[in-house]
Every structure is written in structure tokens, then in C-alpha cells.
Design a protein around this ligand. Structure first.
Ligand code: NI
Length: 185
């Protein structure tokens, strides 16, 4: 089922999401619906608060572009990215590499807003799966960026918070205009 996507400035987008201690049938259903919702919106990631749920669950799929990363290690072993997509992850813990890179991002909670965001080029993320396994992924490129973006959502942090000072100056007016358009829809 495709769920309605929560738009900025709804309060749930600022929630500190709760860890999931037990995977229930409801959790699985939510994950399925989030995958369907992400695909219907042509997104590469979606976090639970974006569908109104303050739980540490998110989904990512960057398999449309196998060239968008230069490496992936799963539990320390080289792995094929496409085979590991989509990723459904719970209770993630993120370690950031020192090197940074800037790229353009969007967010399904901010239709038609895009901005350059500086993030770590490499990450290591440890998370739980719906099956109760603990998995570690190390990667770069779009997948590293997507993990950072979605995990920010689980902590109530939005990509506009990470825009440069210069971008924030024009952001206020742009956001005001966009929010009026969203209301008219
Ligand atoms: Ni987002």
C-alpha cells in the first residue's frame, strides 16, 4: 500500500525516533508499505517519520545506478550492491569517514526543493534487519549519502539543516513559496 508522505513542517519530521525492540507483523507491513511508497515516488530512500511513524526504520534502494558507489563491504566482505538492494534497516549506528564531498540532494518531504549538501564520502553503518540479523555495511557514493540522509531523519534532522550558510539565505523565501504550493495541491 502506498502511504501518504508527510511534508515539512509536520512535527513528526523533528521526532527523535524510538528504537524497535521487537519486529512485529506491523513492523513488516510498515516496511513493505514504505518500499512501495518510495518506489511510487521515485525516491532512493524513505524514513519512517516521513510516513508519520517515529520508529527507527528506513529503506534505501540505489540499484537503479550500479555505478553510484565504488565499493561495498557487507560484514567486512566485498559484496555486490545490486544484490543487497533494497535495504530495510532498523536501529542504525553510523560511523563517518573523514573525507567530505558535496552533492545535490532532494527529499520526498520537500517536493521540488534541492540543495548541495556536504557529507562524509565514506561510511560504516551497523543495523538490524527485519529477520533479526545485525549487519555492517561500508560504502561510499550515493549509498553512503542516502544512509546519512535517512539516518538524519531518524534523529529529526532534515537536509535543509545541513545546507551551507549561503544556501540558507535563499532557502527561507524558496521554502515559503513551496509550502504555499504544497497547500494548494
Ligand atoms: Ni529525506
Amino acid at each position: 500500500m502506498v502511504l501518504p508522505i508527510v511534508r515539512y513542517p509536520e512535527a513528526v519530521l523533528r521526532a527523535k525516533c524510538r528504537p524497535i525492540t521487537e519486529v512485529s507483523e506491523e513492523t513488516r507491513q510498515l516496511a513493505d508499505n514504505m518500499l512501495e511508497t518510495m518506489r511510487a515516488a521515485n525516491g532512493v530512500g524513505l524514513a519512517a517519520p516521513q510516513v508519520g511513524v517515529d520508529q527507527q526504520l528506513a529503506v534505501i534502494d540505489v540499484s537503479h545506478n550500479p555505478e553510484c558507489i565504488s565499493y561495498l563491504r557487507v560484514n567486512g566482505e566485498p559484496a555486490d550492491m545490486v544484490q543487497h538492494m533494497p535495504v530495510v534497516f532498523l536501529n542504525p549506528r553510523l560511523e563517518l569517514g573523514k573525507a567530505k564531498e558535496t552533492d545535490e540532494e532532494g527529499c520526498l518531504s520537500f517536493p521540488s526543493l534541492r540543495g548541495d549538501i556536504r557529507r562524509s564520502a565514506d561510511i560504516k553503518v551497523t543495523f538490524q534487519t527485519l529477520e533479526g540479523q545485525t549487519i555492517t555495511m561500508e560504502t561510499d557514493g550515493l549509498l553512503a549519502r542516502a544512509f546519512q540522509h535517512e539516518i538524519d531523519h531518524l534523529n529529526g534532522i532534515l537536509f535543509i539543516d545541513r545546507m551551507s550558510a549561503a544556501a540558507k539565505v535563499s532557502l527561507k523565501r524558496k521554502l515559503k513559496r513551496l509550502m504555499e504550493e504544497w497547500e494548494e495541491e
